[in-house]
Ligand binder design. Structure first.
Ligand SMILES: CN1c2c(nc(N)[nH]c2=O)NC[C@@H]1CNc1ccc(C(=O)N[C@@H](CCC(=O)N[C@@H](CCC(=O)N[C@@H](CCC(=O)O)C(=O)O)C(=O)O)C(=O)O)cc1
Ligand SMILES: N[C@@H](CCS)C(=O)O
Ligand SMILES: [Zn+2]
Length: 773
C-alpha cells in the first residue's frame, strides 16, 4: 500500500510567497530573491512530506500565481495582447505576472486575463484564452525543472499536470465558430513533449488532474478523455499515470475512466463515498489499475474519522489486494491551512475544538497513521486508532455544539419570513421618493484600501500593543476621511469603507457564536491574496450588533444615504470551514437569522440602503446539474430570509463577483434584491447579456472597471462599457460602480479611478437617450 499526496499548500507556512511576490511587484526585492523564496518553499514542502512517509510526493504543485496560468505558459497559449509585455519583460516571470495582473509601465498598457473560481472552491484561476487558429508550443519547462530540483534534494517526486481536457474546458473561446476542445490535436503534442522530457529526467509516476470529470461531460468530452489517456499510456508505457478527478465522484463519466489503461485512478471518497462500492462491484476496473482512495478531506479542517476510512480501505484491500491500493487526501491540500500546530492561542481556538481538527501537515500524518493501521488486522486495539476514536466521540458529545434557542427559532420560521412585503415595482417607487438618487447612481462595493497602516494598527491592537480606544479613534479617522473623499469625488451612495474588517467573512465569523477562528490558518484565494476562513463548529447566533456602530458613525458624517455593508449567509458559509455533522443548508439558515438580526438593527438606526454581499452563491452551486435545484432552493431561501424583514422603502443591494450568471439567472432574480452589483469588466460586459435576455426585473450595477489590477481605466473605456450596458438594459435600471471592493488597491489609483468613473456617469446622464456611435 502506498500513500500519495495530490498537492500541498504553496504559500509557505508563514505566507512567505505572498510577501515575496508583493515585494517583487513593488520593486523591493530582485527576481533572484523571489525565485529563491519559491525554491525554499518547495524544498520545505517536499522534505516535510518525505518525513511524513508520503510515498508519492507531488511536484509542480507549486506556483507563483496559479497552476492554470502555469499550464497556459507551458503550452504557450499567450494572448496576442501581451506581445509588447513579452518584449519589454526581462524574464518569463514578468510576462507571467503581466498576464495575471495586467501591466501599465514603460509605455505598455495591457489588461489582465480573466480570473474565475476554481470549481466550487474559493480559489481563483486565470482563464485561458483561445482563438480559432490557436497554436501551442512548449514555452515553460517549469515542471521538468521542479522535478529535477527535487531530485537534487534526493526526493523522487510525482509531477502533477493539469490534464489537457480540463485545461481546454476551463478556457474561453475569444472568437466565434469553433469549440476549444477542437484544439486538442494541436495541444496534445506539447503534452507529449513534456512527458518525454519528464521520462528522460527519470520521472516514474505522473499525476494528471482532470477535475472536469466531476462535472457532467458531453459524449464528445468523454471521447476526448478516452483519446488523450489511451494516447498517453500507449506512447509512454514507461510512465505510470495516475488520473485524478476530485471535488466529487465520476458520476456518468465512470465508465469512461474505468476503460482507461491508467496505472491508478483516484477516487474522491469524501464527496463520493458510494463510488468505491460502485467501482469494486462493477468488475470493470482494469487488472493493472490501482485505486487511489481519497479518504482524507482536502476541503475541510476536521480530523479524519479513522474508523470510517479504514472500513473503506479494508474493503478495497480485500477486493484488490494491498499492492493496488494508494491512500491519499480527496484533492490537493491547497484548500486547507498549513499547520494546526501554529495555533497556540487558546483564546482564539480552544483546546477542545482544536482537538477535532487537522490542517495540511496533520492530514499527512493521518495518512501515515492510516497506512500503519491498515496493515494491522487488529487495528482497533492500536493506540493510534483509540486516540482518534476518542477525539471523534468527544466532538460528538460536546456541549459546545447544540444551542436549543437557535433550534427553536428555526422551528418557528414561516413562509412569509422569506419574502418582501411588496413587489419590486412598488418598492422602487417608494425608494425613489425616499432616496432621490440621480440616473446612473454611483457607488462602490464597500471596502476602501486596506493599507499597511490599517493592517498594522489592527495587528498592534490584536497583539495588545495598541489600546482599544486608540484603535477605534484611528478607524474613526479613516472612516471620516473616506466619507469626506467620497463627498468630494461626488459618489451618490457612500460607504463607510470597511476599515475595521480584516476580511468580509472572518470579521463576521469573529462576532458570531458557533464560530471559531485561527491565527495563522491562511489559504490562498488568488495570486498573493490569502484568506483565513473562520470555522463553524456549532449552532450559530448573533449575540450583539456587529456593524451598526461603524455604519451609523459614517451616516452621521454625511447627508447622503450611506450603504450598510454585510456579508450574506451563503457567502459566510461558503468561505468558512463548515461543521460536517449536519446539513450545510441548516447551518446556512442559522447564519441567515444572525444576518437578519443585523439588517433589522441597521434599519432601526436609519440606514436606508443595505448591501448583503453574496459573491459566493454561484461557486456554491453543486458541480452536477441534478443537484442544483436543491442547493438553489436553500441558498436563495437563506438570502431572502436574511433580507426580507425590512420595510419596502429600505433598499436591499447584493453584490457578486466572478460568476457566470446565465444558468442561474432565474435564481438571481428570485433573490429579489432591489439592486445587484456584479463583476463585469474583465469579460467586457459579456455577463450582462444574461440579464438582458432574461429581462431581469430589478436594478443592476455592472462593474465598470477591474479592481484586481492596479491599472487605472480611462473615461472612454468606462463610457464604452456603460454604453454597452445601456444598449442591452434600460438606463433607469443601471448603477455605476467598480467590479468589487477596493481593499486590495492603493489610494492613489483608487481616487483616480473613482473620479474617472463619476465623471463617466455624469457624461452618461447628459447623453441618455441619445444614440451612441
Ligand atoms: C472578495 N473576495 C474574498 C474571498 N474570500 C474571502 N474570505 N474574503 C474576500 O474578500 N473570496 C473571493 C474574493 C477574493 N478576494 C480577496 C481579496 C483580498 C484578499 C486579501 O487582501 N487578503 C489579505 C488578508 C486579509 C486579512 O485577513 N487581513 C488581516 C491580517 C493582515 C495581516 O496579514 N497582518 C500582518 C501584520 C500586518 C502588519 O503589521 O503590517 C500579519 O499578520 O503578518 C487583517 O487585515 O487584520 C491578504 O493580505 O492576502 C483576499 C481575497
Ligand atoms: N463588500 C466587500 C465585497 C467583496 S466581494 C468589499 O467591498 O470588499
Ligand atoms: Zn466582490
Amino acid at each position: 500500500m502506498k500513500t500519495s499526496n495530490l498537492g500541498y499548500p504553496r504559500i509557505g507556512a508563514h505566507r512567505e510567497l505572498k510577501r515575496a511576490c508583493e515585494k517583487y511587484w513593488s520593486n523591493k526585492i530582485s527576481l533572484e530573491d523571489l525565485v529563491e523564496v519559491g525554491k525554499s518553499i518547495r524544498a520545505e514542502n517536499w522534505k516535510l512530506q518525505k518525513e511524513r512517509g508520503i510515498d508519492l510526493v507531488p511536484s509542480n504543485d507549486f506556483s507563483f500565481y496559479d497552476q492554470v496560468l502555469d499550464t497556459t505558459l507551458m503550452v504557450g497559449a499567450i494572448p496576442d495582447r501581451y506581445k509588447n509585455a513579452k518584449k519589454s519583460s526581462k524574464n518569463i516571470l514578468d510576462l507571467y505576472f503581466a498576464m495575471a495582473r495586467g501591466l501599465q509601465k514603460d509605455g505598455v498598457d495591457v489588461i489582465a486575463m480573466e480570473m474565475t473560481k476554481w470549481f466550487d472552491t474559493n480559489y481563483h484561476y486565470i482563464v485561458p484564452e483561445f482563438t480559432k487558429d490557436q497554436e501551442f508550443e512548449l514555452v515553460s519547462q517549469k515542471i521538468v525543472k521542479e522535478f529535477q530540483e527535487a531530485k537534487h534534494l534526493g526526493i523522487h517526486t510525482k509531477p502533477v499536470l493539469l490534464g489537457p481536457v480540463t485545461y481546454l474546458l476551463l478556457g474561453k473561446e475569444k472568437e466565434e465558430d469553433f469549440h476549444r476542445l477542437d484544439l486538442l490535436p494541436k495541444l496534445i503534442p506539447v503534452y507529449h513533449s513534456i512527458l518525454k522530457m519528464l521520462a528522460d529526467a527519470g520521472a516514474t509516476w505522473i499525476q494528471f488532474d482532470e477535475p472536469m470529470l466531476s462535472t457532467d461531460l458531453s459524449e464528445k468530452e468523454k471521447e476526448a478523455i478516452g483519446k488523450v489517456y489511451n494516447g498517453i499510456t500507449e506512447a509512454f508505457s514507461n510512465l505510470k499515470i495516475l488520473l485524478a478527478g476530485y471535488f466529487g465522484d465520476y458520476g456518468n463519466n465512470l465508465d469512461t475512466v474505468l476503460n482507461l489503461p491508467v496505472c491508478a485512478l483516484h477516487l474522491d471518497l469524501k464527496r463520493g463515498q458510494g463510488q468505491l462500492d460502485q467501482v469494486l462491484e462493477s468488475g470493470k476496473l482494469k487488472e493493472n489499475t490501482s485505486l487511489s482512495l481519497g479518504v482524507i478531506d482536502g476541503r475541510n479542517v476536521w480530523k479524519n474519522d479513522f474508523e470510517s476510512s479504514l472500513r473503506l480501505i479494508q474493503k478495497a484491500k480485500e477486493k484488490l489486494g494491498e499492492e493496488r491500493i494508494i491512500i491519499s487526501p480527496s484533492c490537493s491540500l491547497l484548500h486547507v491551512p498549513n499547520d494546526l500546530n501554529l495555533e497556540q492561542n487558546e483564546g482564539l481556538l480552544s483546546t477542545e475544538v482544536k482537538d477535532w481538527m487537522a490542517f495540511a501537515k496533520q492530514k499527512l500524518e493521518e495518512l501515515q497513521s492510516l497506512k500503519i493501521l491498515a496493515s494491522n488486522l487488529d487495528y482497533k486495539s492500536q493506540q493510534l486508532f483509540l486516540d482518534n476514536a476518542a477525539s471523534m466521540e468527544k466532538r460528538r458529545s460536546s456541549k459546545l455544539i447544540h444551542k436549543p434557542k437557535v433550534k427553536q427559532r428555526m422551528e418557528q420560521l414561516e413562509e412569509r419570513d422569506y419574502s418582501r412585503d411588496s413587489s419590486f415595482d412598488q418598492r422602487k417607487v417608494l425608494q425613489e421618493e425616499h432616496l432621490k438618487l440621480p440616473l446612473f447612481p454611483t457607488t462602490t462595493i464597500g471596502s476602501f484600501p486596506q493599507t499597511q497602516e490599517v493592517r498594522r494598527n489592527r495587528s498592534m491592537f490584536k497583539k495588545g500593543a495598541l489600546e482599544e480606544q486608540a484603535y477605534v479613534n484611528f478607524l474613526m479617522e479613516k472612516t471620516t476621511d473616506a466619507i469626506g473623499l467620497q463627498e468630494e469625488i461626488g459618489l451618490d451612495v457612500p460607504v463607510h469603507g470597511e476599515f475595521e474588517r480584516n476580511d468580509m467573512v472572518e470579521y463576521f465569523g469573529e462576532q458570531l457564536e458557533g464560530f471559531t477562528f485561527t491565527q495563522n490558518g491562511w489559504v490562498q484565494s488568488y495570486g498573493s491574496r490569502c484568506v483565513k476562513p473562520p470555522i463553524v463548529y456549532g449552532d450559530v447566533s448573533r449575540p450583539v450588533p456587529m456593524t451598526v456602530f461603524w455604519t451609523s458613525f459614517a451616516q452621521s458624517l454625511t447627508d447622503k444615504p450611506v450603504k450598510g455593508m454585510l456579508t450574506g449567509p451563503v457567502t459566510i458559509l461558503q468561505w468558512s470551514f463548515v461543521r460536517d455533522d449536519q446539513a450545510r443548508s441548516v447551518t446556512c439558515e442559522q447564519i441567515a437569522l444572525a444576518i437578519l438580526d443585523e439588517v433589522l438593527d441597521l434599519e432601526k438606526e436609519g440606514i436606508n440602503i443595505i448591501q448583503v454581499d453574496e459573491p459566493a452563491i454561484r461557486e456554491g452551486l453543486p458541480l452536477r446539474k441534478k443537484d442544483w435545484e436543491k442547493y438553489l432552493n436553500w441558498a436563495i431561501g437563506a438570502f431572502k430570509l436574511s433580507t426580507s424583514g425590512v420595510k419596502d422603502s429600505t433598499q436591499i443591494h447584493t453584490h457578486m463577483c466572478y460568476s457566470e450568471f446565465n444558468d442561474i439567472i432565474q435564481s438571481i432574480a428570485d433573490m429579489d434584491a432591489d439592486v445587484i452589483t456584479i463583476e463585469c469588466s474583465r469579460s467586457q460586459m459579456e455577463l450582462l447579456d444574461a440579464f438582458s435576455e432574461f429581462d431581469y426585473p430589478n436594478d443592476i450595477g455592472p462593474g465598470v472597471y477591474d479592481i484586481h489590477s492596479p491599472r487605472v481605466p480611462s473615461k472612454e473605456e468606462i463610457i464604452k462599457l456603460l454604453q454597452k450596458a445601456e444598449h442591452v438594459l434600460p438606463a433607469s435600471k443601471l448603477w455605476v460602480n467598480p467590479d468589487c471592493g477596493l481593499k486590495t488597491r492603493g489610494w492613489e489609483e483608487t481616487i483616480s479611478a473613482l473620479k474617472i468613473m463619476v465623471s463617466a456617469a455624469q457624461q452618461m446622464r447628459e447623453t441618455v437617450g441619445q444614440p451612441s456611435n
